[in-house]
Ligand binder design. Structure first.
Ligand SMILES: Cc1cc2nc3c(=O)[nH]c(=O)nc-3n(C[C@H](O)[C@H](O)[C@H](O)COP(=O)(O)OP(=O)(O)OC[C@H]3O[C@@H](n4cnc5c(N)ncnc54)[C@H](O)[C@@H]3O)c2cc1C
Ligand code: FES
Length: 259
């Protein structure tokens, strides 16, 4: 999918921060150029600097675009290590470098779609739902979370999407089971668009092998725009860069056993 600009670097001002429990947060940045061009499934690289004028950490951190409207880019953050901790602790009003929108996302839906998100992989699908949902009323949204500690995140998603089905690993919120269990139980022949950990995606592809599936993959990234080849995945058509050729891939193309 083409966006209006290929990508740009923009000083993004953090304008709102909403903690969502269990190391999760929803952050809103004012970044009008990126927001205007962003399409569902694309991502940004955020460059969190530990101190003003420092270059540490050197590399940006890829974050899916969870929403883009009115000049604002939204992300949902899950704490993983130092980079995400710095982003999480940024004060309101700070400006940090944002590169985007990056990658090729989900194309406009042609028929019925089931969105299947696992954990923080739900974030890009929220943007899909907001962007395409009004013209695709039959779009269903399935999210899998570990446990009730994710309730604030579930509520945040619930305020934004229609026809939400919540499942949790321990059954403490929604139905009991994983996102893949949920997808298997609810599947009725539609196309599946999904994002989550590789193990989840692999399992989904195996268990609903008859479905047309588009999967958004995650890889560690350095440049985010195709220059370093640090994020390649094996596919039936040779190695492909997640940041540039993806992150959204036709699941049939991906060599899941080699990931
Ligand atoms: C296209 C894309 C979209 C993403 N969207 C989001 C998002 O919306 N919200 C979010 O919270 N995170 C998202 N991630 C993952 C996020 O980029 C990583 O968690 C983050 O870069 C880790 O940085 P860190 O310095 O905190 O952790 P590090 O200290 O670098 O690593 C901590 C742990 O996280 C693992 N890790 C690091 N980078 C990645 C990665 N890219 N993918 C998977 N595991 C990783 C490491 O192996 C290690 O176990 C996305 C990744 C990609 C590639
Ligand atoms: S991160 Fe550099 S090519 Fe993908």
């Amino acid at each position: 999918m083409q966006s209006e600009i290929e990508f740009c670097d923009e000083g993004a001002i953090l304008s709102a921060k909403e903690p969502l429990g269990d190391g999760l947060a929803h952050l809103t940045f004012q970044a009008p150029r990126i927001a205007k061009a962003a399409r569902p499934g694309q991502f940004v690289m955020l460059y969190p600097l530990s101190e003003a004028r420092s270059c540490d950490p050197l590399l940006g951190r890829p974050m899916a675009i969870a929403g883009a409207s009115g000049g604002a880019v939204e992300i949902c953050l899950s704490l993983a290590g130092r980079g995400t901790e710095i982003i999480h602790s940024l004060p309101i009003g700070v400006s940090c470098r944002m590169r985007g929108p990056l990658g090729s996302g989900f194309s406009a839906p042609q028929g019925k779609i089931m969105l299947v998100g696992g954990g923080i992989g739900v974030a890009p699908l929220v943007f899909v739902s907001a962007f395409y949902g009004p013209s695709a009323p039959s779009m269903r949204f399935v999210m899998g979370v570990p446990h009730r500690g994710w309730e604030s995140f579930v509520n945040w998603v619930g305020r934004r999407v229609q026809a939400l089905h919540v499942w949790s690993d321990d059954g403490s919120i929604g139905e009991k089971g994983s996102a893949v269990d949920a997808a298997c139980a609810l599947y009725s022949g539609e196309e599946i668009w999904t994002c989550g950990p590789v193990a989840m995606l692999r399992s989904l592809v195996r268990r609903i092998s008859c479905a047309r599936i588009y999967a958004s993959l995650e890889r560690r990234m350095a440049c985010g725009y195709g220059g370093c080849h640090g994020c390649v995945v094996p596919t039936a058509n040779g190695p492909k860069r997640v940041c540039r050729d993806g992150p959204v891939f036709d699941a049939e193309e991906v060599c899941w056993d080699e990931l």
